[in-house]
Design a binder for this molecule. Structure first.
Ligand SMILES: Nc1ncnc2c1ncn2[C@@H]1O[C@H](COP(=O)(O)OP(=O)(O)OP(=O)(O)O)[C@@H](O)[C@H]1O
Length: 272
């Protein structure tokens, strides 16, 4: 017997993120303006735009770190179908990788401690109780990312690329549904970039949803098909990679002439 539409919709999982007419003010200025967006659960996306376009602000809205203005236009801002979240419950669904996070690990702690801290959303272990299951999971994720040798080393002694993979490991230990990567390749050399891409592809294929925030089109791994382009706090374009990553679009997005080329599923910008 075929399902009717109402039955079908009631069995569909809610989108990962859904917002209608949301605006964000920071320091008295509107930095997101009447944004409408739906990101289905399980869809890998890249959020692409110039500096200051509102990408990180959008991630803060998604993580319920900041809230939309409750003006007359506001309609909804839901994560996994819910407006209200206890922040720790919400964080359990996400793993976050950012430069800011990496640079908060300034103390001399080992790679293993860094990864274990992912279970507690903390920047060290402090008095948290580490179980044998947690330790097991750390070794499993370290094997997956090929960073077992980093576990006994101090994070301060690792190169940027090595530390970045450790931070990714930290983001994955609690088995999040979604991995948010905010400018993950900044400060990495070509070899580290190559290695990171390889592991990001492996993670995407493993079933973890990737949300990549970047201003570099070469960061976009082939598994990501949808591009959300932001400019001046607005949605500039939203659609599939093949139609959006063109020289004309990217030139308009960054306000300079840019030539875009595709090679083996990756896109590259030149001529600027
Ligand atoms: N706490 C704040 N107070 C005032 N303005 C802010 C604050 N946080 C962000 N902004 C402003 O909001 C705008 C969007 O910032 P956001 O960090 O979201 O941009 P972005 O696209 O992530 O940029 P980048 O690529 O440089 O990281 C910028 O103009 C920024 O100056």
């Amino acid at each position: 017997m075929s399902q009717n539409k109402t039955e079908y919709l009631s069995t569909c999982p809610p989108p990962l993120f859904e917002c209608t007419n949301i605006s964000i003010c920071r320091g008295g200025t509107k930095v997101l303006d009447s944004l409408n967006l739906v990101i289905p659960n399980g869809e890998h996306v890249a959020i692409l735009g110039p500096n200051g376009s509102g990408k990180s602000t959008l991630i803060k809205v998604l993580m319920k770190e900041i809230y939309p203005v409750q003006d007359e236009k506001y309609h909804c801002c839901k994560v996994f179908g819910k407006e209200q979240w206890h922040v720790f419950d919400l964080r359990a669904h996400f793993g976050i990788v950012s430069n800011d996070l990496q640079f908060t690990f300034t103390r001399s702690i080992t790679g293993k401690e860094v990864m274990l801290s992912g279970f507690f959303s903390s920047i060290g272990l402090f008095n948290h109780k580490v179980t044998s299951e947690m330790e097991k999971k750390v070794y499993e994720v370290a094997r997956f990312l090929n960073i077992e040798s980093h576990l006994t080393r101090c994070i301060s002694d690792l190169s940027s690329g090595e530390a970045r993979r450790l931070i990714i490991g930290r983001a994955l230990v609690h088995q999040p549904q979604v991995l948010i990567l905010d400018e993950p390749t900044s400060s990495l050399d070509l070899h580290a970039l190559h290695t990171l891409r390889k592991y990001l592809r492996k993670i995407a294929i493993s079933g973890v949803t990737i949300i990549l925030v970047t201003h570099q089109i070469h960061d976009i791994i082939p598994e990501i098909n949808r591009i959300i382009m932001m400019k001046n706090g607005n949605l500039f374009s939203d659609g599939c990679k093949d139609s959006l990553l063109t020289s004309t679009n990217i030139s308009q997005l960054f306000d300079i002439p840019i030539t875009v080329k595709e090679e083996n599923g990756y896109y590259y910008a030149s001529g600027y």
